[in-house]
Design a binder for this molecule. Structure first.
Ligand code: PEP
Ligand code: MG
Length: 456
């Protein structure tokens, strides 16, 4: 579309008129010119203050995402790459819009609301509004939530981190640690598959690259604990990278060759990741903990533990654990606990996907992605109960750990900690504090009920 045609569209469209809508996945309001990105090579066209409009973001678009004022995608749900990364960067985003790349056009000035999920025609640009846009919503300011007067809670409130560059912003929330550091974003940001990276640069360089990135987070949080998870990248994401031509083509990558199932098939690769943890431990980062994604049963966890032992990770002095993300692992929780884990993390993004059979990346069924489905709540309560019986720490690291109602429910069920998005930490902490006080009040009232009333 030519600039003239774009102007013609702007003429007939009134400011404030809705153009497209989707799922508000990273809060904040942003105004700027649209840049349609059809191919990753076009990400270089993104200038400071542009709004990226694309089918779905990819790991090597992160630098462009950082520069952008906002992000709009056709595809994806609340746990897609675009949603997770934009939240951490503090860039307003809307995902699952269906047809944004067709409806919007290059250079069109739009305003997106990452809370409501709406995209409207922007007010006409004036000199003062340009300055105001830039000042009203700079990423840096959004990135700095108030931590003043934060209540101390018995249930720890942690934070999720995927991009080490967001570590300081995450640490500044005053969170009690990192409940989930996703290694895949670190690995994928090298633009190469792990195999390709090792082939090009060697094993030691790979170990150093990963450990230096984890170290940024470990430093920002020290001595607060950082739970870093071994690789859980689906093959379709890896296929986008250099070396990705060797990735298998899968019809259902989310159900496929990812997480611990891939690691156990390729032990030499996961051992390099584990060596990165060991390197950090040897450097004195005793706050770095290992977590394994997507086990189905105790055998998966046992084999992962054996690999840790092979690289010499000291399990006596460093906590380790597993994500609980599949129906099978929920049923096997007692046996998994018996493998000696120190903690489990409830991965509700996958628990919901697998228990409700709802593809988490499919916008067509995003309205069915229900973290509060009775089956899900019941399953989580069971896991927490089993873990509490054995003194195993529990946390939630899925997107729903940022939801106030979920926080309240899990505190009542006795969870040890919650891990939220950066922008949700303050609110979750308030909800947790209130839920804990309510539990105490209820208990005190019950005690009073047991006392014989005496009217003197
Ligand atoms: C989850 O499944 O809830 C989770 C935290 O892991 P990921 O979103 O990386 O699959
Ligand atoms: Mg998961």
């Amino acid at each position: 579309m030519t600039a003239n045609e774009t102007e013609a569209i702007d003429e007939v469209q009134e400011p404030g008129e809705e153009l497209v809508s989707g799922y508000g996945s990273s809060p904040g309001v942003a105004t700027g010119p649209v840049r349609i990105v059809e191919d990753i090579d076009e990400a270089d066209r993104i200038d400071e203050g542009d709004v990226i409009v694309t089918e779905m973001t990819a790991p090597d678009m992160v630098p462009a995402m950082k520069r952008s004022a906002g992000i709009i995608t056709d595809e994806g749900g609340m746990t897609s790459h675009a949603a997770i990364v934009s939240r951490e960067l503090g860039v307003p985003a809307i995902v699952g819009c269906g047809e944004a790349t067709a409806v919007l056009s290059d250079d069109q000035r739009i305003t997106l609301d990452g809370q409501k999920g709406t995209v409207v025609v922007a007010e006409p640009e004036t000199e003062s509004s340009t300055a105001a846009d830039a000042e009203a919503d700079p990423a840096g300011e959004r990135a700095d939530p108030s931590t003043g007067g934060a209540p101390t809670t018995a249930t720890e409130v942690k934070v999720n981190v995927s991009i080490p560059d967001a570590a300081q912003r995450a640490a500044d929330t005053g969170a009690d640690g990192v409940g989930l550091l996703r290694l895949e974003h670190i690995l994928l940001s090298t633009s190469k598959t792990p195999e390709k990276y090792v082939a090009d640069h060697g094993e030691d360089a790979f170990v150093e690259e990963i450990s230096e990135e984890i170290r940024k987070v470990a430093d920002a949080f020290y001595p607060r604990p950082v739970r870093a998870r071994t690789l859980d990248a689906p093959t379709d994401e890896l296929a986008e990278l250099e070396g990705g031509e060797n990735e298998p083509h899968e019809h259902n990558p989310m159900l496929g060759y990812r997480g611990i199932r891939r690691s156990l098939k390729e032990p030499e690769m996961v051992k390099l990741e584990l060596r990165a943890f060991k390197r950090l431990h040897d450097m004195g980062y005793d706050n770095v903990e290992v977590m394994f994604p997507l086990p189905n049963d105790a055998e998966d966890v046992r084999r992962a533990r054996e690999l840790m032992d092979e690289v010499g990770i000291d399990r006596e002095t460093h906590d380790w654990g597993a994500m609980i993300e599949t129906p099978a692992s929920i049923r096997a929780i007692d046996e998994i606990i018996d493998e000696g884990i120190d903690f489990v993390a409830l991965g509700t993004n996958d628990i919901v996907q697998f228990m409700l059979a709802v593809d988490r990346n499919n916008a067509m069924v995003a309205d069915r992605f229900d973290d509060f489905h009775p089956t899900i709540l019941e399953a989580m309560a069971e896991v927490i109960e089993a873990c509490n019986e054995h003194d195993v720490d529990t946390t939630i690291t899925g997107q729903s750990g940022s939801h106030p109602d979920m926080a309240k429910f899990l505190v009542e069920k006795g969870i040890s900690s919650l891990s939220s998005n950066i922008d949700a930490v303050d609110e979750v902490r308030r909800v947790v504090a209130r839920a804990e006080r309510k539990l105490l009040l209820d208990a005190a009232r019950e005690d009073l009920d047991d006392v014989e009333p005496r009217l003197d």
